[in-house]
Design a binder for this molecule. Structure first.
Ligand SMILES: [Zn+2]
Length: 79
């Protein structure tokens, strides 16, 4: 089994577990899932909404549009 099949299975199991709300369009989620498996330094085409630092497509979709530092400060201030 190659990495591509593993990725597909991971997505399928997320769907079957009801991980995603039905109110979110499946097409929209599929689009978002594209960046879920991406590295934090891929497609650095976006800017952190707090400090304007370059961020990846993954951070834009999954880290609330913030760089890792701002995301951690916002959600894990104790660390
Ligand atoms: Zn930032």
């Amino acid at each position: 089994m190659g990495p591509k099949e593993e990725t597909k299975n991971e997505e399928d199991s997320l769907w079957s577990k009801g991980f995603f709300s039905e109110s979110v369009g499946k097409d929209k989620m599929k689009q978002k899932m594209r960046t879920f498996h991406m590295r934090h330094d891929e497609e650095m085409n976006y800017s952190c909404k707090k400090c304007n630092k370059k961020i990846s497509a993954h951070n834009k979709d999954w880290h609330d549009g913030m760089c890792d530092d701002c995301f951690n400060n916002a959600y894990f201030p104790e660390d």
